[in-house]
Ligand binder design. Structure first.
Ligand code: FES
Ligand code: FES
Length: 199
């Protein structure tokens, strides 16, 4: 009989072997093997093919910050609650602290650094400026990408839509009404840029 136990945290595999050979010659023993969890992860980062060798369970936010010096995604709660670490992952705004390296392989990621090259980013910055939305630096990435996620599915969101969508972004500086006005102003600016009118 062979049983094995695997622990990612201690990176060891423990194997228990128990064998019966007749009535008297049974034996058992343990084997403890080191486990090397490193893997090569290839993906598209802000339009470029990249690859990196990391442990399979390392978080995407750590890969971005440590291996690619992309520090726009901030380290906050590391538990999916604050939104400070947001990136666009395969076209969807996602919290990078919740994505382990093995899920990154083969994906396409746009960070705030890449997104800031687009007109959509400028719409949001101008909309926030117009509405006087606070930008202290801590949650800017989360707020900007949350606006993008909302406006890409609802170009004319309601006040309720904004308040519901921003529940995942923890911001200590911005009043909810200011945020709502910032999103409305961004929606106007975007409509005008795309269609030459605001509605
Ligand atoms: S650091 Fe990722 S959600 Fe808070
Ligand atoms: S603007 Fe300061 S925490 Fe959000």
């Amino acid at each position: 009989m062979i049983l094995y136990f695997f622990s990612k945290n201690v990176k060891k595999i423990c194997i228990f072997i128990y064998a019966l050979r007749g009535n008297e010659n049974s034996y058992c023993f343990f084997l403890i093997l080191n486990y090397n969890g490193a893997m090569t992860v290839g993906f598209i980062l802000n339009g470029e093919d990249v690859s990196v060798r990391v442990d399979a369970e390392v978080r995407l936010i750590d890969i971005l910050r440590k291996n690619f010096s992309m520090t726009g995604a901030k380290v906050g709660c590391l538990g999916g609650r604050c939104g400070a670490c947001a990136v666009i992952f395969n076209g969807v705004v996602t919290k990078s602290c919740l994505i382990p390296a093995f899920r990154v392989h083969g994906s396409e990621i746009v960070t705030i650094e890449g997104f800031s090259q687009n007109d959509e980013y400028q719409d949001i910055v101008q909309g926030f400026e117009k509405a006087g939305v606070e930008m202290c630096g801590y949650c800017d990435t989360g707020k900007i990408l949350a606006v993008e996620a909302l406006l890409s599915k609802k170009p004319r969101p309601s006040r309720y839509d904004v308040l519901v969508d921003f529940k995942g972004v923890k911001c200590r500086c911005t009043e909810p009404e200011s945020l709502v006005n910032g999103v409305f102003a961004t929606a106007d600016i975007r409509q005008r840029r795309r269609y030459g009118r605001s509605s």
